[in-house]
Design a protein around this ligand. Structure first.
Ligand code: GLC
Ligand code: CA
Length: 544
């Protein structure tokens, strides 16, 4: 049964803001809510419909806000509750909804619940977390934290270990406890009363854990918990909800994004992102890229979720390197390849996400010294790999390609000092290329990546085929060209992209023209049409 509610989020384009790196308003070097408010006109100009804010709640910032110590307060570093209310109102004036990041798998160890929980085993909050009796130095099992080291931390006063999948300052919440779940739902309802437009659910596939069985992802009660969460909260409003699920396969994704509205609006899964990782190894062990694999993976998600689920379309977020530096070419064909990647993604079915700076073609950062990095995952990995005998050069190479800090350098607004991000000392060094890659110059240049994104966003608004059309992959085994057709009723469009810096012969284009004599360029990343039947370096187009 199709949900009767207004499915506004199917038409929407979402912009992700990493608040500490977006815009500083008070010169302390850290982006904040007032800074975001001052940039709403920019976002309106781009044409996006909603902003997903990475966490701004009170937090000791061990994992940049993904360690929350009070879900109902704004961290003073970012501003106040009043600033949040103003942001929601000001955004609404521009028809932009605000989506908050809910981190419900764990809290900060400085959260009141955890402070109470570690006082004694009979404290009412003790069971809000996951504990095991034990002996100091003898871990309950060999489970490891995502950020390195054991997933267990000893609390001598209790003679117990607590479980943390992420840093020691991010103890896992125990979703088996119904009182905890109720507290979470009430907190969410209060945010809904404040007028937020939706929520992004951080690592939601990890909540139903059973450390006894060494199960963290996709635990047995996962969908039961999510359905209860959705029933008690989201379904009472007209929200967009998106579940982050690294462990989702197609079948699970259909549950997360079931059109009956029983879980979330959509799933945010990473299969296309993980393709450059050596099998069975970590994300730092980088495998060569294969366009054929990328095509098959993306095509699978396009066809399998059609009519029975809904996907997020993204290349970037705050945990991922910049796409133009990975699948594109951030030097000679910087502009062409950034536009090509955008064309390919925005032509698909799903809700597109643009991560701050992506619309400017921001690139990975060229830090030469580990001291320039800030991210806890990066710093832990560095220490661990040094201990394991890797050379500094090897480690730095992995970081250049994969460190989360590639996405976290401050937003490049202008060519002025600190790119207009702050008048103070930025919390993290900027990418040096801001003199050429920045919003001011791109807004002035009609041929810029910014204007191209704007056009793509507008296309999706104008033509329902982008939202509804079905998907057919062409040239499956071709190693250079990614091409597909979308169809809605009698309308057809062709999306075609060259992933290489070579000139590629592409007879497909000639055939298309033959069968569609009326065809027009809906968008094209080269100014002139060129030789029909040939694709220039990173050339991409949508014909329809
Ligand atoms: C998610 C976030 C990431 C964070 C982790 C733990 O993957 O996107 O930034 O470190 O969860 O909350
Ligand atoms: Ca600030």
């Amino acid at each position: 049964m199709e949900n009767k509610k207004d499915l506004w989020w199917k038409q929407a384009v979402i912009y992700q803001i990493y608040p500490r790196s977006f815009q500083d308003s008070n010169g302390d070097g850290i982006g904040d809510l007032k800074g975001i408010i001052s940039r709403l006109d920019y976002l309106e100009e781009l044409g996006i419909n909603a902003v997903w804010l990475s966490p701004v709640c009170q937090s000791p910032q061990d994992d940049n806000g993904y360690d929350i110590s009070d879900y109902e307060k704004i961290d003073p570093m970012f501003g106040s509750l009043q600033d949040m209310e103003i942001l929601i109102q000001e955004a609404e004036k521009r028809k932009i909804k605000i989506i908050l990041d809910l981190v419900l798998n764990h809290s900060s160890d400085e959260h009141k619940w955890f402070q109470e929980a570690k006082k004694s085993k009979d404290n009412p909050y003790h069971d809000y977390y996951v504990w095991r009796d034990g002996e100091e130095g003898v871990y309950p099992n060999e489970m490891e934290s995502v950020f390195g080291g054991p997933a267990w931390e000893w609390v001598p006063e209790l003679k117990q270990y607590y479980f943390h999948q992420f840093s020691v300052k991010q103890p896992d919440l125990n979703w088996e406890n119904p009182k905890l779940r109720r507290e979470i739902y009430d907190m969410i309802l209060r945010w809904m009363d404040k007028g937020v437009g939706g929520f992004r659910l951080d690592v939601i596939d990890q909540i139903a854990k059973d450390p006894e069985l060494k199960v963290t992802c996709n635990g047995p009660r996962l969908h039961e918990f999510i359905q209860e969460l959705s029933r008690e909260t989201f379904q009472k409003g007209n929200l967009i909800t998106v579940g982050e699920a690294w462990g989702a396969d197609v079948e699970r994704a259909k549950l997360y994004s079931n059109p009956d509205g029983s879980e979330f609006s959509m799933v945010f899964q990473f299969e296309h992102i993980g393709l450059d990782q050596e099998e069975g190894k970590t994300k730092w062990d980088i495998a060569p890229l294969s366009l054929v694999k990328l095509k098959k993976t993306m095509a699978k998600w396009q066809t399998e979720l059609h009519d029975c689920g809904w996907n997020s379309l993204f290349w970037n977020n705050h945990d991922l390197p910049r796409i133009v530096s990975r699948w594109g070419n951030d030097k000679k064909y910087w502009k062409e390849s950034a536009k090509m990647l955008a064309t390919l993604l925005h032509g698909m079915q799903g809700t597109p996400y643009i991560y701050q700076g992506e619309e400017l073609g921001m690139t990975n950062v060229d830090f030469q010294d580990i001291g320039q990095y800030q991210d806890i995952e990066t710093l832990n990995m560095y220490k661990q790999r040094i201990r394991e005998g890797y050379t500094k050069e090897e480690i730095m190479e992995s970081l250049h390609k994969k460190s989360r800090d590639n996405a976290r350098t401050p937003m490049q607004w202008s060519h002025e000092k600190n790119a207009g991000f702050t008048t103070g000392t930025p919390w993290m060094e900027l990418n040096k290329n801001y003199e050429t890659v920045n919003a001011v110059s791109e807004m002035e240049d009609p041929d810029s990546i910014f204007h191209y994104y704007k056009k793509l966003i507008q296309l999706r608004k104008d033509q329902s085929i982008f939202v509804n059309g079905d998907f057919r992959l062409l040239l499956e085994e071709d190693e250079s060209v990614f091409a597909y057709v979308r169809t809605e009723g009698t309308q057809e469009i062709l999306v075609c992209a060259n992933f290489t810096e070579n000139i590629i012969d592409c007879p497909l284009l000639r055939q298309w023209e033959k069968h569609h004599p009326e065809t027009k360029y809906l968008i094209h990343n080269y100014e002139d049409e060129g030789d029909i039947g040939k694709l220039r370096p990173y050339e991409a187009m949508i014909l329809g």
